[in-house]
Design a protein around this ligand. Sequence first.
Ligand SMILES: *Cc1c(COP(=O)(O)O)cnc(C)c1O
Length: 390
Amino acid sequence: MTSPFLEKVPFVDLSWQHEPLKADIAQAVEAVLQRGDFILGEAVAAFEAAFAAACEVEQAVGVGCGTDAIALGLTACGIGPGDEVLLPANTFVATLIGILRAGATPVLVDCHGDTALIDLTAAESAITPRTRAILPVHLYGQMVSPRGLLSLAQRHDLLIFEDAAQAHLAQREGYWAGSVGQAAAFSFYPSKNLGALGDGGMLVTQRASVAQTVKSLRNYGATRKYYHTDPTGTNSRLDTLQAAVLHLKLPHLGGWNQARNHLAQHYDNSLKPLAEYGILPLCNDSGAGHVYHLYVIRVMPNCPIDRTTLQMAVEAAGIQTGIHYPVPCHLQPAFENLGYGPGDFSQAEALSQEILSLPMYPGLTLAQIDRVVSVLRDQVMQASLSPKAV
Ligand SMILES: *Cc1c(COP(=O)(O)O)cnc(C)c1O
C-alpha cells in the first residue's frame, strides 16, 4: 500500500481532459484530413460561430494565439502609435507585448491586493489626454467588474478591450467575459480553461468592422485572395485542426468551469483555519462566475514561514505549485525603457512576493485538495512553533 504522503499532486493534468475525448478528437482530425481544408477551413468558421454564440458577442475571429488577438484586435479598433492604453502591472507579459505590437503606448496601473485585479481608481488617475483605451485583464479567471469598467469608460470616452485569456465563459454582473467592451482577446494555449493541442487565439467583438479588419490582418492584409489593402497584415490564422478540436471541447467548458469553481470553494473552506496564520486565498467577488483558471493564495508577511520556503516544502511533499507571476511587468528587464522602477506599483510588487498558485484543474479531487491543505497546515504549524529565521 502506498502512503498517501507519497502521492503526487500535479499542478495541471491535461490527460484527464483528453483521455475521454480521444475518439472524438480522432474523428475531428479525420474529417479535416478528408476535406483537406487545412487553412481557414470550414472548422474555423464553425468554431468561430459557436464561440461567439457562447460568449454572446456578435463576431469571433480565430487567430494564431492570444497575443496576436490583442495586437491585431487593438489595431483593428484603431489603437496605434501615440495612443495610451491602460493595463495592470501584474499580468502575463503577453498583454503588454500585444499593446507594443499594435504600436501603442502601454500605461501600467496597480491592482487590488485582495483580488489581484486592476484598481480602477488608480486607472482613472493615470488617464491623460492621450489615453484611448483600457485593457483590463480578467486575471486567474475572475472578471474585472463590468459596471466599474463601463462607468469609467463612459466618463472618459475610453475603448474597453478585455484580455480574457484566462477567463473563457467567466461571468460577472450579468456579463460574459469578452462581451463587456468593444473587443476582447482569448488564448487557447493548452492549459487555459479552453485549450487547443497547440497554440490558438480568438478575437471577439461587437463590431462587424473590427471583425472584418482582423480577418484581413490575420491573412496578410488581404480583403480577397491576392488583393492586399493593409500594410500591417500578417500570417496569424487559427489552425483548422485546432479549431475542430476546440469546437468539440466547447460543450464541455461550462462543466469544467463549474468543477473548477466547486474545487475552489473546497480550497477556500479548508483554508479558513489558516487565515490567522497569514495564508489567505485571493477574494472571489463574482461567486459562481469565477472560472478559476488558477487558484492563488497569498502568504502574508505575518505568516510564520516565508513564501519561498513554503513553496519548497510543499514541492518536496510532491505537490506542484506555481507563481503567476514572480516579476510584475514594470520590473521586467525587457520593458526597462518604459521608465518604471521599483516602488511604482506597491500592490503588484507585494503580490509578486506573496502569491502561490496551488493545483487546479477539473479532475482534481477533493481528497487531493485535502492533502494540499494538510501539507500547508503542517508547514505553517511547524514554523509557528519555531521563531522565524532571519
Ligand atoms: C495566455 C495569456 C495571454 C497570451 O496568450 P498566447 O495564446 O499564449 O499568446 C495573454 N494574456 C494573458 C493574461 C494570458 O494568460
